[in-house]
Design a protein around this ligand. Structure first.
Ligand SMILES: [Zn+2]
Length: 311
């Protein structure tokens, strides 16, 4: 049986999906080995892939990397301790002596393709995927095609500036990027600021999580609701700017924070309408559907596409 592997390399773990005829038939996960500057990562990927492929025939492999990717080359991936550019496509090609088609994608872009084919973006020709976790990432689909950009950084929507006061410094070195306000980390920062001297159940928590904030807001805690409004306001500011540039049919919202579900989408849609330019205001908001599997689906899809193009 001919099989395609979708591999999603993350900073914490590496997810593997084995596909036959676009159907996921086996799924596994290993911890990311970051010792010795991440030099063992690819060997451990090959090992797991071979073990999962077994007696079947591996024809293509799609790999996702947490960093910018151009033409099969990962320009760097801090989460993997890869500081130099690596041509992953060539490495994989050499490893399998040219017998296997390989594609390499940025992780958020891979998730975007997964959602396009099998998830919340299904049925849309133009949409923007936004993933909200500890940071904010995304991907852009125009005319059913992923747009990667000249340095592989298209869809880095987490670094849109949404304040002018240089208030919160971002990990990227800039100030007031939207992920400093609307990511899980940003939500917690806002909660700690806003609970000071106020009467709120947020004081009952030693460690606040974004989920706690949404749960308390849903339960009617005024201060928690203010934190949600602040998050929604900053995110809508960024989305309204994206909308004027891309004019998408839909925003597909994924990542851990999207588990707040329709509650989040409701306020987001409302605030977005107030901030967006009149002719781009009518955007649909969808929740992502594949969760943590979006990456393996997207990488498999991209590798299968490349395989088709070769024939
Ligand atoms: Zn930034």
């Amino acid at each position: 049986m001919k099989v395609v592997m979708g591999v999603d390399i993350g900073g914490t773990d590496i997810k593997f999906g084995k596909f036959s005829n676009q159907k996921l038939i086996l799924k596994e996960k290993i911890k990311t080995n970051k010792s010795d500057d991440g030099t063992h990562i690819m060997d451990e990927v090959y090992q797991k892939v071979d073990e999962m492929v077994g007696i079947d025939e591996l024809v293509a492999i799609g790999i996702g990397i947490p960093g910018p990717v151009v033409d099969g080359t990962a320009l760097g991936a801090h989460n993997l301790r890869w500081t130099k550019a690596r041509n992953i496509r060539q490495e994989v090609y050499d490893h399998y002596q040219g017998r296997v088609v390989c594609t390499v994608l940025n992780d958020a872009n891979a998730a975007t393709l997964g959602e396009m084919e099998f998830g919340g973006g299904k049925g849309y020709r133009d949409f923007v995927f936004i993933t909200i976790g500890t940071g904010i990432g995304g991907g852009i689909i125009i005319n059913h095609h992923l747009i990667e950009g000249s340095t592989g950084s298209c869809g880095e929507v987490g670094h849109l500036r949404v304040e002018t006061g240089n208030i919160r410094r971002c990990n990227c070195g800039l100030y007031d990027c939207v992920e400093q306000y609307a990511s899980a980390t940003g939500i917690v920062k806002t909660a700690i600021e806003l609970r000071r001297g106020r009467e709120t159940d947020l004081h009952k928590l030693d460690i606040i999580t974004a989920k706690d904030v949404f749960d308390l807001a849903k339960a009617g805690d005024d201060v928690a609701m203010e934190v949600v409004y602040e998050m929604v306001d900053k995110l809508s500011t960024a989305l309204s700017q994206i909308a004027t540039v891309i004019n998408p049919e839909a925003f597909v919202i994924g990542g851990g924070v999207s588990s707040a579900g329709e509650f989040l989408i409701h306020y987001l849609r409302k605030r977005f309408k107030e901030l967006a330019f009149y002719s781009v205001r009518d955007v649909k908001f969808e929740l992502a559907k594949l969760g943590n599997d979006a990456g393996i689906y997207g990488n498999e899809y991209y590798a299968s596409l490349e395989l088709e193009n070769k024939h």
